[in-house]
Design a protein around this ligand. Structure first.
Ligand code: ADP
Ligand code: MG
Length: 705
């Protein structure tokens, strides 16, 4: 064995100001008060905050911390931080290290430099960060030293949310309140809170950093904008679950250690379908913490990669022609006394509470399929969804054979009397154990699949925060629960009313159920017949945020105001435009300064060779050189025409006023112009002598890590 054994129990959570640390370090009364705040949202006194802040500082300083930061999640999709040291004004030339309750609870950040979608003008710069005590503070170590990070929400001077955490927390309150109403109706008197549990499986690519640095597209856009396919792709299916290479293994080991120190329960790691693609899955946690942790997972993946001379790519589609990366968002509802409301038990047909919850989720997802789709929309995901590798852009639900059968019974007769059993799996080899078989197989093509005791939303992009998908899930299910509870609380005969509602919801919303292959064209047509939305691109999803239906939903539960939704729609347009604009400009830059000059050098060499051979030996056959020269020159001319067209289109776009029209222009005019440039360039890459090609190829990038 190697001698650097890892003591996981010792390092796990070592960098977290955890519940355990609080219990150890805080006076009992203070600890109880903070627990109360975490659990019930009760206000915390200034005096208590001061004690907590001081304990936090002492703990952090003992571990080498020099600064603290309010760590937040603006609408850029990534996290933000501004460091303040604990240093106080010197007295007699000495300084004391201090951190007050006030500094812990509230921070001020110049909000005007973050996306606000018109909620604030630049001159109204005030933004506040507010301590979220439900997510533990932690230490982050990098070149700047050790920093105490305090998870916070970020809002404008006027109180509007400017981040992803605030609406998520609001949605968690809504789903908790409505879930408890449902539980009470079914006779539960013990649970007082319900929390969404979330496990986010994260896919990523690793490439050699030296090679990465030779590709401007990877540097500026996070994905390749040119690139001919390598001779081998993923067709042999030999990478998925394959043996992990040494260099990648060393990376994963280091990554796990860093994550465990942060209290992130990294659990599963494996190679994914595409060469150089991998996955990490943590154990699920409360939604808010899972969202924070997923941000830290992404950040840590990148940081650790650099240490290993690697670059971690989180883009949804870094390479054309092989699978892109997503994030499976596993979601369920757990009571404070440990009951999973999505647990069907062995015989779901007689588990009325489960069937009711299931029917409500089905109704919610069908009613708000557009919003759920929107919650997984980022520019990069446009290249992935519907590409025959990831779920289509159409939302549908996979239940599996057993539940589908139960639903069928309910819809047809209003009663379900049996559940298909799992049975046994006989491999036919006597030496192998007989395995108990699940009642359901899996369906990897479904965007929203029931997997045992949770739903798995598979549309989310690899680079995206999981805050929005979970905010939407919580909100839409809260709405259905609320509507049902309103009816059931008034019902004279509860059993009859519940059965009636289950049947009604399933009947009205069964169109969203689909157990077949979601990758096929036939499904796209079938979905259209069923009237299910198929929102193909990110720009088209933005408007779903401000429909009357969406505004009514979010305002009802105080999750978003209309103004907040409008600002988010605006931000989507802006982000879309900016992202595509960067991609277009990167392509122009690469084609102009690198690719065309390289091709010219190659044609020059060919021409020189042609002349030299002719001169040296007039009767020699030079048809090969000539043929290649003609072919390359023709493609070069095509590339130049496409480049000019892209330049013109991009220049026109950049003159437009920001907003919806501009975003749609980028989608409809610039994206195709980029494709037109890519095609001849990729063909050239297949013809031009490799020593002239100015950047590493797909093969170099994904097969030589
Ligand atoms: P599967 O094989 O069904 O994908 P895994 O056990 O590999 O299931 O889990 C995938 C992810 O789902 C993990 O992050 C896991 O912690 C999470 N998960 C498991 N059970 C639940 C649950 N009840 N609620 C939310 N997430 C869950
Ligand atoms: Mg999974």
């Amino acid at each position: 064995m190697m001698n650097d054994n890892i003591n996981v129990t010792e390092i796990f959570g070592a960098d977290v100001f955890s519940d355990e640390v609080m219990r150890e370090r805080l006076p009992k009364k203070i600890y109880q008060e903070i627990r109360r705040t975490i659990e019930t949202g009760a206000n915390m006194s200034q005096a208590t905050a001061d004690v907590v802040a001081n304990a936090m500082k002492d703990w952090a300083v003992e571990r080498g911390a020099t600064h603290f930061t309010h760590w937040f999640q603006p609408l850029t999709g990534i996290t933000a931080e501004k460091h303040d040291s604990f240093v106080t004004a010197p007295m007699y030339g000495r300084t004391l290290l201090e951190f007050s309750g006030k500094e812990l609870i509230k921070g001020e950040a110049d909000g005007s430099s973050f996306p606000s979608g018109g909620l604030r003008a630049t001159f109204e710069a005030r933004g506040y960060t507010a301590w979220d005590c439900t997510s533990p503070a932690f230490l982050k170590e990098d070149a700047t030293g050790v920093i105490l990070c305090i998870p916070t929400a970020f809002c404008a001077y006027t109180g509007e949310a400017l981040d992803k955490k605030t609406p998520l927390l609001r949605s968690m309150e809504a789903i908790s309140e409505q879930s408890v109403r449902i539980l009470r109706l079914f006779g539960n008197t013990t649970s007082t809170r319900v929390t969404p549990s979330v496990g986010a499986e994260q896919e990523y690519f690793l490439v050699d950093r030296e090679k990465y640095l030779q590709r401007k597209d990877l540097i500026y856009a996070g994905r390749t904008l040119f690139g001919a396919p390598a001779p081998k792709g993923q067709e042999m299916e030999d990478h998925y679950y394959g043996t992990i290479r040494e260099r990648v293994g060393a990376y994963m080991k280091d990554l796990n250690i860093e994550l465990w120190k942060l209290g992130i329960p990294a659990k599963t790691q494996h190679n994914e379908a595409a060469p150089a693609q991998h996955e990490l899955a943590p154990i699920y946690e409360e939604a808010n913490i899972a969202v924070d942790h997923n941000q830290l997972v992404m950040e840590t993946m990148k940081k650790v990669a650099t240490r290993h001379g690697l670059q971690c790519l989180l883009h949804e589609k870094p390479f054309a022609g092989v699978n892109g990366s997503g994030k499976h968002n596993n979601w369920s509802l757990t009571t404070d006394d440990g009951i999973n409301m999505l647990n069907p038990g062995k015989t779901p047909h007689d588990n009325i509470q489960f069937l009711f919850v299931l029917a409500c989720v089905i109704k919610a997802v069908d009613t708000h399929a557009d919003l759920l789709r929107q919650s997984a929309a980022v520019v990069g995901n446009d290249q992935r969804l519907g590409g025959g590798e990831a779920p289509p852009a159409i939302i549908s639900i996979f239940l599996g054979e057993q539940l589908e059968d139960v639903v069928k019974q309910l819809v047809e007769t209003g009663e379900a009397t049996s559940s298909i059993k799992g049975g046994q799996l006989d491999t036919g080899a006597h030496a192998l154990p007989v395995l108990a078989k699940d009642a359901n197989d899996r369906n990897r093509t479904s965007p929203f699949a029931f997997t045992g005791n949770k739903f798995e939303f598979r549309m989310v992009g690899a680079s995206d925060s999981v805050a929005s998908p979970n905010t939407v899930l919580n909100a839409i299910v809260a709405e259905t629960f609320c509507e049902a509870a309103d009816i059931l609380e008034q019902a004279e005969d509860f059993d009859e009313a519940v059965h009636g509602l289950i049947k009604k919801y399933l009947k009205e919303h069964q169109r969203i159920l689909f157990n077949g292959n979601g990758y096929t064209k036939a499904w796209v047509e079938e979905a259209e017949r069923r009237g299910l939305p198929n929102i193909r691109s990110t720009v088209e999803t933005a408007a779903t945020l401000t429909t009357d239906k969406a505004v009514a939903l979010f305002e009802k539960f105080g999750i978003f105001t209309r103004a907040e939704l409008q600002s988010r729609e605006e931000i989507m347009y802006e982000t879309y435009t900016k992202t595509v604009n960067i991609e277009a400009r990167t392509m122009i830059d690469m084609a102009t300064k690198q690719i065309i000059p390289a091709v010219i050098s190659y044609t020059t060499e060919l021409a020189q060779s042609l002349n030299a051979v002719r001169e040296a030996c007039p009767e020699a056959d030079v048809s090969v050189q000539k043929e290649i020269l003609v072919e390359v020159s023709a493609l070069l001319a095509r590339a130049k025409v496409a480049l000019t067209a892209l330049k013109v289109t991009q220049a026109q776009g950049s003159l437009m006023e920001d907003g919806k029209d501009k975003a749609f222009y980028y989608r409809r005019s610039i994206v195709p112009a980029m494709e037109h440039l890519r095609t001849p360039v990729d063909e050239l890459e297949m013809l031009v002598d490799k020593k002239f090609w100015p950047m590493p190829s797909y093969g170099d990038l994904i097969f030589e890590v």
